[in-house]
Design a protein around this ligand. Sequence first.
Ligand SMILES: [Zn+2]
Length: 197
Amino acid sequence: MNTNCLQGVMCPQCGYTESFSIMLDCAGVVTDDGLAETTHPTWDNSSRITCEGCEHDGRVGEFRQPAFYVTFETVTEASAETGEHARSGWWEPGGWLLEGADNKPPEPAYLFDPGDVDDDDHEDLDEAIAEWAVALLKREGAMHPNCEPSDDATWWGTEGNEVLDFASGETIRKSFHFHGFSDQLRRRVNARMAKED
Ligand SMILES: [Zn+2]
């Protein structure tokens, strides 16, 4: 799993994550004698990239490892009376609550791992990702799309009746936000989820 320069980068065609050929941006000072010095090479989401595993090419922004970021809102009996949330922010597996909209964690709560895919079980990588996403959303009870019809949903939320604290009656609702999915793949997951009702 990449944790440094290539964090979150994955070939959408074959799931390769180890190395890529990327067209770098860099300026060089050139004299009649040749290249004298160069600036530090950089790249961004619009840079051209080629997978070293399968030769698939595209833009860096399209080579994303699918993931879900999870936000939460809680309600207590007291906050419900005023129609407000008791707490809100980002949720991490294990029950960590990072309060505040600005507190987005550096890594998503759930990350698709192409190393877990058994090639014999799936038609292609997209199918494996769609199955992973649907299984995760179902397991976590995130069965409510943020819009109806759900084709264009960008996140799926839980029922909101999970009790955090019996004394204050605090309940939590979690929302699972698509990250690094192509629009086509997100719609495929949404169509699959709509059938699960
Ligand atoms: Zn590839």
